[in-house]
Ligand binder design. Structure first.
Ligand SMILES: [Zn+2]
Length: 156
């Protein structure tokens, strides 16, 4: 599948989701103490979330139906691996797009580091109860990036 047909198929699939699909895949996690509700997800966001959930369920089924392979003639491991990687990547991409549009529709939380979706389609941002940890995490990530870059430089 090329990039154009992927976008078209995703759009078509989103369009075709039924009310039951959306109900079945609705977020269930209740609003918690640190959550700050900013609004309710639009129809478009609900469809995007549903699609993502459906892919996640497919991934779960994939993992659950995984069977041991003896490497014989029936082996389909390469195909299965590829399918798994594609599914995993698709979930990642759909997630990135979804959260990007949550921030687009709720610009007041665009810069919050942790946002979420809760029961009854409530969009929240999560108050950081340990703000200093965030700074430490940033430092650790920067250090890791620097090391990786140095590592690559040494190898090449
Ligand atoms: Zn195999």
């Amino acid at each position: 599948m090329n990039i154009g047909s992927w976008f078209l198929s995703i759009a078509a699939e989103m369009e075709c989701l039924s009310t039951e699909d959306i109900l079945e895949n609705a977020p269930e996690h209740p609003v918690e103490k640190q959550d700050r509700v900013v609004g309710i997800a639009s129809e478009g966001l609900r469809r995007g979330f549903t699609l993502m959930q459906k892919r996640r369920k497919r991934m779960n089924d994939f993992v659950e139906t995984f069977t041991y392979c003896d490497g014989g003639e029936q082996c389909r491991c390469n195909e299965k691996n590829l399918e798994f990687i594609q599914l995993k990547n698709e979930i990642k991409v759909l997630g990135d797009i979804f959260w990007n549009f949550v921030r687009e529709e709720f610009p007041q939380i665009a810069e919050k580091s942790t946002i979420g979706i809760r029961a009854n389609w409530q969009i929240v941002w999560v108050e950081d109860i340990h703000p200093h940890l965030g700074i430490l995490q940033d430092l650790a990530i920067n250090l890791l990036l620097t090391r990786t870059r140095l590592g690559k430089h040494r190898d090449s």
